[in-house]
Unconditional design. Structure first.
Length: 352
């Protein structure tokens, strides 16, 4: 059996890297390929894991595809990892890749929706707006709790709600078209475009977090978290921690320039925190206030009703992390903000 082999190496990073997905562009024909396998090898090319989670996104162009590989466990700083992609011309009996990301369609709070479930979180994205209406942890607690009624107790809530009063990417709105770009066991990609073509964005849902790529946006815009940390707003005991280590109760109003651009929300009754991060910091004024005892109002690039963000394209990260203290959480967020990059060796052909 003839097998084509592509060797993939991560580039050493200054950051400890936690479980995340790397992407590799494949510029080759997959004609006559019947099976795919990915294994991890050591520096001597000895196989150390023959059950690596992966997927291949088959792009519209004939010879351009994206390979995604889930790096399991922790990768120490300044360490390389090595993988082989085998493309077999005959079908091979290999393990099935266990799904880490599941996509289904559902009806949620008045709107057709995508429900994407990972090992940590269930995200519900409304199809006619592209906004996240629910972010549910493994205990069934919803950290957003959008409802199609009221105000701060329901209809105002969501992520990312990027423009007022236009309701772009705001759950409950009916001003956008969404479509699934790709789906597989470790990544699901959903495109959103508003009917007026002002906003275009892509959600990428991974096992550990969700990424929003904003391709087009109004100038200026903001990016919000309007929701319920730990399922409710505990103004006295709930807390917010900014990237410089400043911690304030959820009941306290503030504004600041976050550099680096990230923070997280927590509740003492929960073992998790919800983080929000800019991949590339846009050092504009951000602000927070609690609204009517019902929900958070945090905005990157917001002060009162003023919008300040201008960068496009731009990338933002959201997700739940174990509440393991500021230092450990900061390491994980910086790992995601500084993702692993790869290099690919020339194709090798072998026979088995």
């Amino acid at each position: 059996m003839q097998t084509k082999v592509i060797a993939i190496h991560t580039k050493p990073s200054q950051h400890i890297q936690y479980e995340q997905v790397i992407s590799v562009e494949l510029n080759l024909s997959l004609d006559n390929i019947a099976g795919f396998r990915v294994v991890e090898v050591d520096s001597d090319e000895t196989v150390i894991n023959d059950e690596v989670p992966f997927q291949i996104d088959f792009d519209n162009t004939e010879d351009n595809h994206t390979l995604r590989i889930l790096l399991l466990g922790k990768t120490q700083a300044n360490t390389q990892r090595h993988y082989h992609l085998y493309l077999d011309e005959e079908a091979v009996a290999t393990h099935a890749v266990t799904p880490w990301v599941y996509l289904a369609e559902t009806y949620h709070q008045g709107q057709a929706s995508y429900q994407v479930t990972t090992s940590k979180t269930t995200y519900i994205i409304h199809q006619e707006s592209g906004g996240i209406a629910s972010l549910i942890d493994n205990d069934g607690i919803d950290w957003i709790r959008y409802r199609p009624h009221g105000g701060s107790d329901g209809i105002y809530r969501g992520i990312p709600n990027i423009k007022h009063p236009d309701d772009y990417l705001h759950p409950g709105a009916e001003n956008a078209t969404t479509r699934i770009l790709s789906q597989g066991p470790i990544c699901c990609r959903i495109e959103v475009e508003t009917h007026d073509k002002v906003v275009k964005a892509i959600w990428e849902i991974y096992p550990s977090h969700i990424e929003l790529q904003i391709i087009n946006a109004p100038d200026p815009y903001w990016l919000l978290y309007e929701g319920t940390p730990g399922g409710h707003l505990d103004e006295e005991n709930g807390f917010i921690v900014r990237s410089d280590g400043t911690q304030t109760p959820i009941g306290e109003t503030w504004d600041a320039v976050l550099d680096p651009g990230w923070l997280y929300f927590g509740d003492p009754e929960c073992e998790r925190v919800l983080f929000m991060a800019q991949v590339d910091t846009e050092p504009k004024l951000s602000s927070y206030f609690p609204m009517e005892g019902n929900m958070t109002v945090f905005g990157f690039g917001r002060k009162d009703l003023e919008h300040y963000l201008q960068a496009t394209p731009a990338r933002y990260l959201f997700g739940l992390l174990h509440d393991s203290g500021f230092k450990a959480i900061a390491l994980q967020i910086e790992s995601l903000r500084n993702p692993v990059t790869v290099e690919v060796d020339e194709q090798v052909t072998s026979h088995e």
